[in-house]
Write a protein that binds this ligand. Structure first.
Ligand SMILES: Cc1cc2nc3c(=O)[nH]c(=O)nc-3n(C[C@H](O)[C@H](O)[C@H](O)COP(=O)(O)O)c2cc1C
Length: 190
């Protein structure tokens, strides 16, 4: 049943790294605004860096809620569910930071992932989370579902746009959150 763990130990790490999808939740500060949850899971784009640090590859898409909320307050929760095998749900609560494609160290960070997605498929940042709380719970209510493969739609869609097309798309869709907070506004004026 549910337990709080001191760290991401080897058993938790194996579980986390075996999942094909995970969910990232963030919220703006204060009583108002929209709480966000985004699905993630392009193969190989999640990594446990050490027993209190995880990271994932953030791809250009129709919104940029997570970066906006991390900029404002840093709070982030990542959730993994077992859809196959023994039941389990793991939550990682922590503080996020991000390194964008325009920042020093981006290529080295991206090189840590077991994936070949890069800027040419829309990667805009790597999100790093300093994990403050590690917990799991029973997962008895999560249905069995079988993995059938990646859709591959998002990276291919972004690849077709080209460098300038991706930057233009982000200028249009990623500059602010749905609440108007500054989000991915690093592409400049264009
Ligand atoms: C099934 C599914 C998987 C996705 N996987 C990823 C992913 O691995 N990385 C990613 O950055 N965005 C992924 N997306 C897009 C995100 O859900 C989201 O729209 C986008 O990344 C914006 O990120 P944000 O809401 O966290 O700011 C996926 C979307 C779907 C529907």
């Amino acid at each position: 049943m549910g337990k709080v763990h001191e760290r991401i130990d080897d058993r938790l790490r194996r579980f986390i790294e075996a999942q094909h999808v995970f969910f990232v939740a963030t919220a703006p500060s204060g009583p108002g605004g929209h709480v966000n949850v985004s699905p993630k899971g392009i193969g190989g784009t999640f990594a446990v860096l050490d027993d209190h640090t995880v990271a994932y590859v953030d791809v250009t898409a129709s919104g940029s809620e997570t970066i906006a909320h991390i900029r404002e307050n840093g709070r982030v929760t990542i959730m993994f569910c077992a859809f196959e095998g023994p039941p389990n749900i793991v939550r990682l609560h922590g503080r996020g930071r991000f390194v964008t494609l325009y920042d020093d160290g981006f290529d080295e960070l991206l090189g840590l992932f077991d994936s070949d997605v890069d800027e040419s498929q829309g990667v805009r940042a790597v999100i790093v989370v300093d994990v403050e709380r590690v917990s799991d719970s029973c997962g008895y209510g999560v249905p069995f579902m079988s993995y059938q493969g990646e859709r591959d739609l998002l990276p291919q869609y972004m690849a077709r746009k080209g460098v300038e097309g991706r930057a233009d798309y982000r200028r249009l869709k990623n500059r602010t959150s749905i609440d108007g907070l500054p989000a991915f506004d690093m592409d400049g004026a264009g």
